[in-house]
Design a protein around this ligand. Structure first.
Ligand code: F6R
Length: 477
């Protein structure tokens, strides 16, 4: 307690002292620390998976707090040194399991769990249409989300703060919120937003996306936004914060009023895969929920979004997702394993996408560099000709995401440009005559373009996984 005020920056500390062997002193600031209440023992860890197998009862430490753990119990103190009492929380069953089953790596297991993630999401959030009553004017909502109506009411702008893979999910989310619900949406790197936030806008919902719920930049950016809005007297600028996370017990959840739990279960592999899918699905549900409430409204001279019929058609397609993912994961697991050896000497890979699949190109590149250490870049395909095309030659594979819709022809012609530079083209596209342009095809079924990221991401994940595994790397670390 005497030392902590002298420390700068973020920390999570666990201190032992030889004079008191049965005791542990723990403290945290802007870094996660959980106390676990086991049977005849107390534990501490930075994350819940570490406590799996020991206990499901946890007490997350708050910023600035200090705790003394002894066999007799826990003494908790606030930053001012005053003793505090808090009730521990119980982790849900799924949070507790960290088992590789028969898979070689957690990452592969987690990729294979995605059909289940989608099935749970469909069951939770897409209520079955009422038999015979579906056409009635009040036949019920298309999506069921555990959010208060105040989250939706009067929102004119949305801003989303996130890092890494979560930011890519946010970019898909922004596309959906704009195109389905007609709400202007901006996505920020949380680490940039903190130091250069845009001018305050009225009636704005701020969404923080972090699967762990503990990413320091995302939490700090949200806290900053909350504070600066609390200083404004005009209620139009009041903070409205929503968190999207896989950890309902995290720091994020304790900080914001509204939480969407993606419920993807524990993710052990360092590369986010099933939590990315979970975040995407959270945004599909949110965008549909906003869109549903705005059907028929007009904004700024144009229609704000889609008709109820169009939304219903999307929901009907979303119900097919678990089966589609099941088939896709099994198929691409084999295809990508067979393709991986071709990347033995590869040093650079370019990922191209446009529109709603541009963030998936970014995600493909991030996954590859993160676990295989191969340099990779994601580009909006139309930007290649403005410089980066100079990098292409026969040694640089180009992965191009081309799905039927608004930009299909454009992406194909961008791929043609890359081919003219002798690049090896790998297409993530439907198996159709247009796809003959690609040297290798990773086929995806045709769905509404707006839903395509949920499928195109699968070959991205499996390609990265198999390239890294083929190189003998420890993909989970
Ligand atoms: C990539 C990856 C990271 C995280 C990022 C944010 O596979 O896992 O880019 O997405 O560190 O993490 P969360 O979502 O916990 O805020």
């Amino acid at each position: 307690q005497a030392v902590l005020p002298r420390l700068h920056g973020a920390y999570a500390l666990a201190v032992v002292w030889a004079e008191l062997p049965g005791a542990l002193v723990v403290a945290r600031k802007a870094a996660p620390l959980l106390i676990g209440l086991g049977e005849g023992e107390f534990l501490c860890a930075s994350d819940t998976p570490a406590l799996a197998g020991f206990t499901r009862t946890i007490l997350p430490l708050e910023d600035g707090e200090v705790a003394l753990l002894t066999p007799l119990g826990i003494e908790l103190y606030d930053a001012g040194g005053t003793r505090v009492q808090r009730t521990p929380t119980l982790l849900s069953g799924t949070e507790h399991v960290a088992d590789k089953r028969s898979f070689r790596h957690f990452m592969l297991k987690e990729i294979h769990e995605q059909p289940e993630t989608a099935a749970l999401w469909v069951a939770r959030h897409l209520p079955e249409p009422v038999a015979g009553g579906a056409e009635a004017p009040h036949a019920g909502s298309l999506v069921a989300l555990p959010l208060d109506e105040s989250v939706y009411a009067g929102v004119e702008r949305i801003q989303i703060l996130a890092c890494g893979t979560s930011r890519h999910a946010a970019q898909v989310g922004a596309y959906l919120l704009e195109q389905l619900a007609g709400i202007s949406t901006s996505v920020f790197y949380a680490s940039e937003f903190r130091y250069a936030p845009p001018p305050l806008s009225a009636h704005t919902l701020t969404i923080g996306v972090t699967q762990s719920g503990e990413t320091a930049d995302t939490l700090a950016a949200l806290a900053m936004e909350q504070e600066r809005r609390q200083l404004v007297a005009d209620p139009a600028y009041a903070p409205r914060l929503l968190g999207i996370t896989n950890r309902p017990e995290s720091s994020l959840a304790r900080m914001v009023d509204h939480i969407l739990d993606i419920g993807a279960g524990i993710e052990v592999g360092v590369a986010a895969t099933k939590t990315f899918l979970g975040q995407l699905l959270a945004f599909y549900a949110l965008a549909l929920a906003f869109a549903e409430r705005r059907v028929g409204q007009r904004q700024g001279g144009g229609s704000s979004g889609r008709s109820r019929e169009e939304l219903k058609a999307l929901v009907a397609q979303l119900r097919q997702l678990p089966q589609q993912l099941e088939a896709l994961v099994a198929d691409h697991d084999q295809r990508c394993a067979a393709l991986a050896h071709r990347f033995e000497g590869t040093q650079d890979v370019i990922f191209l996408g446009r529109g709603i699949n541009f963030p998936i190109a970014l995600e493909g590149a991030l996954k590859l560099k993160e676990i295989s250490y191969i340099h990779a870049e994601g580009y909006p395909a139309g930007e290649m000709k403005h410089g980066p095309i100079a990098l292409l030659d026969a040694k640089v594979p180009v992965v191009s995401i081309a799905v039927p819709g608004t930009v299909f022809d454009k992406v194909l012609s961008n791929a043609q440009e890359a081919k003219a530079r002798d690049a090896q083209l790998i297409g993530v596209a439907p198996d159709c005559p247009d796809a003959e342009l690609f040297d290798t095809l990773l086929p995806v079924p045709v769905v509404d373009e707006l839903l395509s990221p949920l499928l195109t991401v699968i070959p991205m994940q499996l390609l990265s996984y198999h390239i890294a595994a083929h190189r003998g790397l420890d993909v989970d670390q």
